[in-house]
Write a protein that binds this ligand. Structure first.
Ligand code: NAD
Length: 425
């Protein structure tokens, strides 16, 4: 049960329990269905050996948690990070179930990862670690069963290694039917145009929709971004054409500020060359607390969990928090921001663009099709605007915040599916 497991360790999973319980109470979720959704279905933990460049063997720990597949195959990213543990992966898997339900795509929720610091390993070591992890997961993933994708410190190249390893484990005549075992692949091996930018693009589509809804002028708006990897850099770049001005950025190398504006395209080139934002020309270096308290119109957290908490939320000085990251705000943070009148576009809606385009990639692979970028963007926009409308409608109906409303949309869909299907036997 969500509650029982959360007591084993205080962490990000406890935030999921809190959010889930709050929404379930508001919408009076059926008690039996609550029991089902409050439980992860499968939790896979693997230890596997990998030969390092120096000839020594190192043992790694990997996870895959499958939360629920009532609406379709399990779906969710793989993260390579030292903080990956069962608590974090459970939380991320559960959020995936809600995200797929809100955007109305036929997937359930899963997540996985390896507890490791990729910066300590060579490219060939990371390739062997990835391939050995795929081998260790074996039939726990599959194109119609559980489909991984990129997350923190994993990318299209890593997805291509997973694909190649998986294909070498299935009989030759089945290989052609298995390329949708992972999404977020390079376009050359079955990836979709627009998957790379999809999560950042989704964040920007939702900010645009919120701005329209609230008659908020995005030209001349200022924004700050935490995390300048896939999500943060794309969101930053795609907001630029609206005339909005990026004024502060933080990543693992430090934080930078320029009140005249930071060019996100130039910063992306710089980060690709030097590995982080630290030292970018024309910017002042600032510390973490100063970064978080920077006054702006929009803050896009796009790094890790638990950034806006009881300790930090008071200092947040923006009108809108658009959660590109998963779980950047904990329940105390939510309450404090609400009291300050700061709106949150919640993660399970705001960063769902990635999984939506992953679904488009999966469909293209199954149908042996290749869509144009414009078609992908148009379909993504439609999905996210519809999801935004469902969430804001529920927020009005229940007079609640957007996170709780997003949960209500997801839980209602899952509740209906279980009521129709019944509980076996
Ligand atoms: P990434 O590895 O491409 O980038 C992560 C960024 O966060 C890097 O810039 C890194 O320097 C920064 N970072 C790490 N630790 C930090 C710290 N302590 N303080 C400040 N910055 C820090 O990862 P990503 O794919 O962009 O994912 C970022 C977030 O978005 C994660 O929460 C992820 O779960 C979420 N997300 C990603 C996708 C996707 O498609 N990639 C989809 C949905 C949600």
């Amino acid at each position: 049960m969500l509650g029982t497991k959360a007591k084993e360790k205080k962490g990000v999973y406890e935030n999921v329990v809190h959010q889930f319980d709050k929404a379930a109470k508001y919408m009076k979720l059926d008690e039996n269905i609550k029991k089902i959704l409050a439980t992860t279905m499968n939790e896979i933990l693997v230890h596997f050996p990998v030969k390092m460049d120096n000839g020594q063997v190192e043992i790694f720990t990997g996870y895959r948690v499958q939360h629920n597949n009532a609406l379709g195959p399990f779906k969710g990213g793989l993260r390579f990070h030292p903080a990956v543990d069962i608590d974090e992966v459970r939380a991320l898997a559960t959020w995936m179930t809600w995200k797929c339900a809100i955007t109305d795509i036929p997937f359930g929720g899963a997540k996985g990862g390896i507890q490791m610091d990729p910066s300590k390993y060579s490219a060939s070591e990371i390739e062997r670690i990835t391939r050995r992890f795929t081998f260790a997961l074996a039939n726990n993933i599959g194109p119609e069963y559980d489909i991984p994708a990129p997350d923190v410190n994993t990318n299209a190249k890593i997805m291509a290694w997973i694909l190649d390893t998986y294909l070498s484990m299935v009989p030759p005549h089945e290989r052609k039917r298995c390329i949708h075992v992972v999404t977020g692949k390079p376009v050359e091996v079955g990836g979709s145009p627009g998957r790379d930018k999809a999560t950042g693009q989704g964040v920007v589509f939702l900010i645009e929709q919120w701005a329209k809804d609230n008659k908020f002028d995005l030209s001349n708006a200022t924004y700050t971004v935490q995390g300048f990897g896939n999500v943060g850099s794309w969101a930053s770049r795609l907001l630029k054409p609206f005339g909005s001005k990026l004024i502060a950025v933080e990543d693992v190398t430090g934080a930078i500020y320029n009140s005249d504006g930071i060019d996100p395209d130039k910063l992306t080139e710089y980060v690709q060359k030097y590995g982080g934002v630290h030292g970018f020309e024309g910017c002042e270096s600032i510390d973490h607390d100063t970064f978080l308290s920077t006054e702006a119109d929009i803050f896009i957290p796009a790094a890790l969990e638990n950034q806006i908490t009881a300790k930090t939320a008071d200092s947040i000085n923006v009108k809108l928090v658009a959660e590109g990251a998963n779980g950047p705000t904990d329940p105390d943070g939510d309450d404090i921001l609400a009291k300050k009148g700061i709106v949150i576009l919640p993660d399970i809606l705001c960063n769902a663009g990635g999984v939506v385009v992953s679904y488009f990639e999966w469909l293209q692979n199954k149908r042996s099709e290749s869509w144009e970028l414009a078609e992908v963007d148009k379909k993504l926009h439609k999905k996210l605007v519809n999801a935004y409308k469902s969430v804001t409608e529920q927020a009005k109906k229940y007079n609640t915040d957007l996170r709780t409303a997003a949960y209500i949309v997801a839980l209602s869909k899952l509740e209906m599916a279980y009521k129709e299907r019944g509980i076996f036997p």
